[in-house]
Design a protein around this ligand. Structure first.
Ligand SMILES: Nc1ncnc2c1ncn2[C@@H]1O[C@H](COP(=O)(O)OP(=O)(O)O)[C@@H](O)[C@H]1O
Ligand SMILES: O=C(CO)[C@H](O)[C@H](O)COP(=O)(O)O
Length: 556
């Protein structure tokens, strides 16, 4: 039998990437990136001169189709395979990235009548202008004792679907009125390939307050938000929610021509980037926490029972791997904190020395920082440079560096920032582990594990757990390709379940990071100190960070 392949398409914040994968062993045969022509639209609507307000972040839906049109044919051409041997395709996306569509499935921003209104465009996951709606939603849900709140760690985010829809209703009721459906971008792209909309259980569960048994919150809740929202879930959010691991449909003739694939190729239901990375790194059972480590960290974990864990982003049945409860938590800045330090705060002599040694500044600082023992710097930091996503869920918290003297060196501060992010992850690990969702070992994927060995050793020491590292830089795309293979099924040369696909195709590096007992003991003491600061500044005993922030705003 000829070799069979699947394609995974990873839709990031600035670009989309297709990866062609060999179904027998997960080998990545070819890869191609298409930068989005309009990237992130946060100043004015392209070509229309309409200015956007603060905290807006939009995208152009045509950019997503361009990824399919350019990157898919490119990986076929690079690999030299016969396109008929590609039996399935899956995608993963940032989320909640959502858009309003008309009855024909077309984005409202494609229509001359509506394109002038920013609310007709795609709202990207990091569009933060629906905070008022999110605050109000959380107040009303808490007052009504809504059962869904604890499933989201006590708070629904302004990044998610209901807050974004409510903002549209409040600020552009005419756009709300003409919208036939609000859809996640991941589901819309799939609908363009198959011809119809199928919602997926991952984004519905994590971003739209959908529950496998209870469905969406009831009409009374939506009516309490706004009487005009009463029938939202059976009108503009209507449609069956399909579990991950199912087939959304088959590639239409037109899209097959555009993408250079065979018509009828199996297309998997949509998925989220961090969630696709879980089978991508080979995790299909509980006890293994997957960390997608880059500018931020998403922490993903499987469980067998629904538990309520402080500050988690959510727990969703079938949300990551069918048959399990999928848990998500996160840190809103990790690599971004190291970047801030390197760009804004290192002295020029460090930059000069790194340049002289022909090294990137991170690498130079890592080498120097690695010479210190845990506890030797006398420093401690709180990792809240971009607020705290889990477990405090508070975007108004800020960073803290404690213990500096006239002798403090830049590499000591760099090491302390690495440690602070590890302590933040330890908080998340403890929150799950001590609340009935065991965490036995860690799996790391994303850019950071490949870039900084000291960081990975510190995470192993601080969490006292073994860390395995993905053997791919494109773990979400590989995971998406696995879902494509499952959509095709074993009869067509794919797999019958994501568990089978992951077992055959996922790869981790042979080398692991093992906790070093002497380091673990010192970090345990430092973590106790971190926890005291965490609670003192983060749980209301001293709100100085918030007072400083509001003083800054009022002075400005
Ligand atoms: N050697 C390094 N050590 C630690 N952090 C690094 C290093 N090099 C780059 N970074 C950080 O990695 C982050 C980018 O990670 P990456 O996974 O490539 O991106 P993304 O999250 O956008 O997918 C940046 O925030 C950058 O500061
Ligand atoms: O909310 C998320 C997953 O639930 C992600 O943070 C969002 O999708 C963007 O991720 P990234 O910056 O890694 O592309």
């Amino acid at each position: 039998m000829t070799k069979k392949y699947a394609i995974g398409v990873d839709y990031g914040t600035q670009s989309g990437r297709a990866v062609l994968v060999d179904l027998a062993n997960g080998a990545e045969i070819a890869e191609h990136v298409t930068p989005y022509p309009h990237i992130v639209i946060d100043e004015e609507l392209p070509g229309l001169g309409i200015e956007l307000e603060h905290d807006w972040a939009l995208q152009h839906p045509a950019d997503y189709i361009e990824v399919l049109q350019r990157s898919v044919p490119a990986v076929i051409a690079q690999s030299g395979i016969n396109s008929a041997d590609v039996i399935g395709l899956g995608i993963d996306f940032t989320a909640c990235t959502m858009l309003p569509i008309d009855a024909a499935g077309q984005p409202l921003c494609f229509n001359e009548k509506f394109m002038w209104n920013p609310h007709s465009w795609v709202k990207l996951w990091k569009h933060h202008a629906a905070q008022d709606e999110a605050n109000r939603l959380n107040e009303i849900a808490a007052q009504r004792g809504e059962a869904f709140l604890p499933r989201y760690g006590g708070k629904i985010s302004s990044e998610w679907m209901i807050a974004k829809i409510w903002q549209i209703l409040n600020e552009a009721p005419d756009i709300y009125e003409v919208t036939d459906q609000f859809v996640e971008a991941t589901d819309w792209v799939i609908s363009q390939m198959t011809g119809y909309v199928v919602r997926n259980s991952c984004t519905a569960g994590y971003k739209s307050i959908w529950h496998k048994q209870d469905g969406y919150p009831n009409k009374e809740f939506f009516k309490a938000l706004d009487p005009r929202l009463e029938n939202l879930t059976e009108t503009k959010l209507r449609g069956e929610v399909a579990p991950l691991g199912t087939k959304a449909g088959e590639l239409t003739e037109d899209m097959a021509k555009l993408m250079g694939l065979a018509p009828g190729t199996a297309i998997a239901v949509g998925n989220v980037d961090a969630h696709a990375a879980v089978p991508g790194v080979g995790v299909v059972t509980p006890g293994k926490l997957v960390m997608a480590m880059g500018t931020s960290i998403c922490h993903m974990l499987l469980g067998t029972e629904e538990r309520h864990v402080e500050g988690m982003c959510g727990v969703v049945e079938d949300g990551i791997i069918p048959g399990y409860l999928g848990y998500e938590a996160g840190q809103s800045a990790v690599g971004d904190i190291f970047e801030w330090y390197v760009e804004e705060a290192v002295p020029s002599y460090v930059k000069d020395a790194a340049e002289r040694d022909g090294k990137n500044i991170h690498v130079w600082l890592e080498e120097k920082a690695a010479a210190y023992q845990p506890g030797e710097t006398g420093l401690l930091a709180l990792d809240w440079w971009n607020g705290n996503r889990s477990v405090l869920v508070d975007t108004d918290l800020t960073g803290l560096l404690l213990g500096c003297t006239l002798l403090t060196k830049p590499e000591e501060i760099y090491r302390t920032l690495l440690e602070a992010t590890a302590f933040g992850t330890r908080k998340i690990v403890d929150a799950f582990h001590n609340n009935g969702v065991p965490v036995e070992e860690l799996y790391a994927c994303g850019g950071l594990p490949q870039k900084n060995r000291l960081l990975m050793q510190i995470y192993a020491d601080v969490t006292n757990r073994v860390i395995k590292i993905a053997d791919s830089k494109q773990t979400p795309a590989v995971g998406a390709a696995m879902f494509g293979a499952v959509a095709a099924g074993s009869e067509r040369g794919g797999y019958d379940s994501i568990v089978d696909a992951s077992k055959a195709m996922a790869r981790v590096k042979e080398e692991t990071f093992q906790p070093i007992p002497e380091h673990v003991a010192v970090y345990e003491k430092l973590y106790q100190e971190y926890s005291k600061l965490h609670d003192y500044f983060g749980r209301g005993e001293n709100d100085v960070m918030k007072r400083l922030k509001s003083m800054k705003e009022s002075v400005r």
